[in-house]
Design a binder for this molecule. Sequence first.
Ligand code: GCU
Length: 615
Amino acid sequence: MMSEKTCRLWLPRLGELAPAACDTPQSVAEYELKAGCAALGMPAPALVEDADMGEAYAFREGGAGPEIVGGPTGLLYGAYAWLEAAVCGEALPEGTQKPFYGLRMLNCWDDASGDIERGYSGRSLWFEGGRMAWDDGRVRQLARALASVGINVLCVNNVNVRDEAALLIEDYLPDLARLAAAFRPYGVKLMVSIDFARPVAHGLDTADPLDERVQRWWRDCADAVWQAVPDLAGFLVKADSEHRPGPFTYGRSHAEGANMLARAIAPHGGVLVWRAFVYNCQQDWRDAKTDRPMAAYETYAPLDGQFDDNVILQVKNGPFDFQVREPVSPTLYAMPNTRLAMEVQLAQEYTGHQIDLYAMNPMWRELADQLPPETVDAVAAVGNLGRDWNYTGHPFAAVNLFGFGQYAWNPWVDPERVIRRWVRLTYALPGGQEDALTAMLLASRETYERYTAPLGLCWMVRPGLHYGPSPMGYEFDSWGTYNRADRDAVGIDRTSKGTGYAAQYPEEIRAGFEDLERCPERLLLFFHRLPYDYKMPDGRTLIQRIYDDHFQGAEEVDAMARTLEGLDLPQPDRDEALRRMAMQQANAREWRDVINTFFHRMSGVPDAHGRKIYD
Ligand code: GCU
């Protein structure tokens, strides 16, 4: 078994990790180039710093040979780009290279206990038993990987700040400062999640954002935090969401709440990232008028233009919660005068728990096609990291961390190219095997989608766990997560004749979703309630399409298993991937049979091809 410290994610062919004595991005860049070029048997380019270039870099021919010119962090990014191009056999890009988004954030949902909420890769890399502790080599290895794809902010603790983790801004400060020092040479700044009601735990009788004592408390808090970590990126806040405290308790708006915190941290150059995940999680399922996906827009769109300049409103990519298929959140179109971040989830909460394969770049590319990338100012991803030997549970799940960095750098990046790069950097596979693994990962999302909840329905997962099928699991619950399947029809009408959700989009997009002919097929049941005999564009009935997708999805997983078997992957990756693939096969069969049986029982319609559906 490979020891923990030898896993270098997608950088196995570079030299050893730079020693801790390399404590600036420039010195890491120099070390990496020297060691990396020696490992690859090629001469190293010279580094030329141009402080004005910041995170940007360019390759050029100097008097004495090739050079990388860049700002302090730009040189580091340029060094990795150079080495990766060399390993991949790619030409160096021409012209100045700079990231599309200034903030490229990873949000880790780590608790001080060491647990990770929705973590599928082991325990926290930096918390255990209420304290901060970490393996220096592993943390720097991770910092190196993040730098190699340009991720520049890391939020270390869960957005659900539970009591012990709230200590983060007090007892934890010396440790936080040490952790920041480990990431700093790699151009990664730390961020912390805070608890909006924290002043109450410190003897104040309120956390009202308009109360002067509360404002002073936060200013003092910020002074202490930034004294310990002068380059802290900012605070992340989940307020009035899933039982977390927030401004609503005091009759204040979310702009008032966010601005109060933003003003406390502004003198230190911090950003206040405020999550927009606000909805009624205590809905009565009998209430068919309230439609959960409408909640964020209703709360935030009226506040457009009211947030301070150092506030970033972080909105999940879809209006629900990281389901396999959702439309882009309408809130993202509705706030032109607010700085926005789009939040995606690398942790495969609803997409296979890092057991099933689910490569995400194709999904993010679709987002870029639907929502002009310049609509948002930043991107954030819920992390998929943990203490497992390979950091991501499934060795292939690292493709999503790698791919997120590449997407944040360039949202139009071709998913096939990203996946192939990751495969080539991580494994030196012979012949057509690289093509086979690339194709398998590229198609993995569509396959997963076929065998799980059909056509944008969402939420047919086992409640709480969110792995495996349970078509009625969330049907009579309080989370606003219904499919309302009956013997005739399934889905929710979200057009103007139904809940009116579609009207939250700009007119042209609304019209497309509402029109059955133009609504994207994969979102049909998100926007429409349709009878089982509804004729799909290809002439099949809706029910037949559901059956076909589920049979096909499970067959595709069996084909993936055969492909995987034939790949000469290094150990322990091979055994780990095969073990998880067997679990994915079982999961896909379970989904196929449960969903097909469910709809068969509901509709009474047999499969046109007479395949086995259980009664
Ligand atoms: C989901 C997830 C929670 C998480 C929440 C959030 O609901 O299941 O674990 O806390 O999203 O994004 O805040």
